[in-house]
Design a protein around this ligand. Sequence first.
Ligand code: UDP
Ligand code: MN
Length: 244
Amino acid sequence: DLPTIYVVTPTYKRLEQIPELTRLAQTLMNVPNIHWIVAEDTNTTNTRVVEYLKYTGLPYTYLLTPMPQKYNDPKYKGKGKPKGVANRNAAIDWIRNHATEGVMYLADDDNTYDIRIFEEMRYTKKVSMFPVGLVTQAGLSTPVLKEGEYYAWYDGWIGGRKFPVDMAGFAVSVPFLLTVPEAMMPYTAGYEETGFLSSLKIKPEEMEFKADNCTKIYVWHTKTHKNSPSSRNILNKLYDGTNL
Ligand code: UDP
Ligand code: MN
């Protein structure tokens, strides 16, 4: 009767997609009572992803969640792109329509997760917070506590944000999420986390600070090297004929 952890993973097709999903899947295969919501930035089913999800044996939901067309405009190129926002908002709506208990965690496909992070968040009452390693040149994004209570946020980029935290640094209880039907993630690059947490109308004083008073790092904001497009040809030959 463990509470379910709804792990929301935005993903998109590129050479590194299956390797990323492999690492994350094989982490999740070691965690009880997971429901993996894989939301892909595309209009068309990616059969290779679906085949891999079936192979894992994990309970999953695969959603087609393309980024709205307007963000293809050159003015959103690079740092302006709201990466994974359409995916996460669609997954949040799916949870609203299908879940009644448990906790939601927004887990990008390229991060590295110690399985202990899932047990830290499982009994979240409203919103729980924890450190994330390798975020910005500061190396870490974390709440700062004083005598076990919220004191400040530490992050290499504050950017005027009310909640200067990383996407992987918090989890939200599903019953709490259901009490805030208007909560959603804004399409403003860099301000997704603070916008979403603000829309939940939660105060730092109401948050739960986990991972041994935020002294342990159980999740890392790793970034994967982009591989040469030339490796696509050889991989497609070795694989089953579906194009990477
Ligand atoms: N993502 C996506 N569409 C895109 C780019 C990224 O769905 O066009 C997903 C990606 O798979 C990841 C999340 O959005 O789960 C964040 O992207 P990324 O890791 O590239 O961002 P960063 O960590 O560099 O901010
Ligand atoms: Mn990333």
